[in-house]
Design a protein around this ligand. Structure first.
Ligand code: ZN
Length: 196
């Protein structure tokens, strides 16, 4: 097998790779993608995050999302999916919605792909009012993003909202606020954060 990023042939000697799931990155690439768990606060919401949006993480995510390299979907959670499955046992998973246009362009829902290996039941019923670019730059755009969601579904108990990269937190805040009235407990996790 070859590393999905650098294409180097992967040699497996480690104990871990013999018995556990196989990594699709070589050891050298994986060593540049070590999670560093942090709780940050964006737009007044506590967000658990693992990577800075830079370096190899950024390259991989761009290749996956913008170059439509769907094969990469499993590399992001490799080191943290067990943690998420255990830590958030009993939660329902809510990936922030992508616009329909983006999904059509890519041919797949990138966030669902990344979080496929997390075995939590999904929340359905969160929708966007209109197609909108996620990265609003000015205050007015950000306010519109926050107000751009609605939820049609049953009352929820514990929900884990997930995203790939958090910047201003407008999207997360919008999702958070929308489900807050019908949800007992909400936790928010973003794989990476971008300094804003
Ligand atoms: Zn590699």
């Amino acid at each position: 097998m070859r590393c999905l990023y650098c294409d180097k042939e992967i040699e497996r000697y480690s104990f871990r790779s013999l018995f556990l799931k196989e990594d699709q990155l070589c050891e050298k690439c994986r060593s540049q993608l070590q999670p560093d768990r942090k709780i940050i606060e964006v737009s007044g919401i506590k967000v658990e995050t693992f990577f800075e949006y830079s370096g190899l993480f950024k390259s991989l995510l761009l290749q996956y999302k913008e170059c439509h390299d769907e094969a990469l979907k499993n590399v992001f959670l490799y080191d943290i999916e067990d943690y998420i499955n255990i830590r958030y046992f009993g939660y329902q998973l809510l990936p922030v919605p992508s616009t329909g246009t983006k999904i059509e362009e890519r041919g797949f829902d990138h966030l669902k792909g990344i979080f496929e290996s997390v075995h939590l039941p999904a929340v359905n019923g969160l929708k966007m009012k209109k197609e909108m670019c996620q990265e609003g730059k000015n205050l007015e755009e950000r306010r519109q993003i926050i107000d751009n969601y609605y939820y049609e579904g049953e009352a929820l108990k514990k929900v884990l909202v997930v995203d790939d990269v958090v910047t201003t937190g407008s999207t997360l805040k919008g999702v958070f606020r929308t489900i807050e009235p019908t949800t007992k407990k909400i936790k928010v996790l973003s794989l990476a954060y971008k300094k804003y």
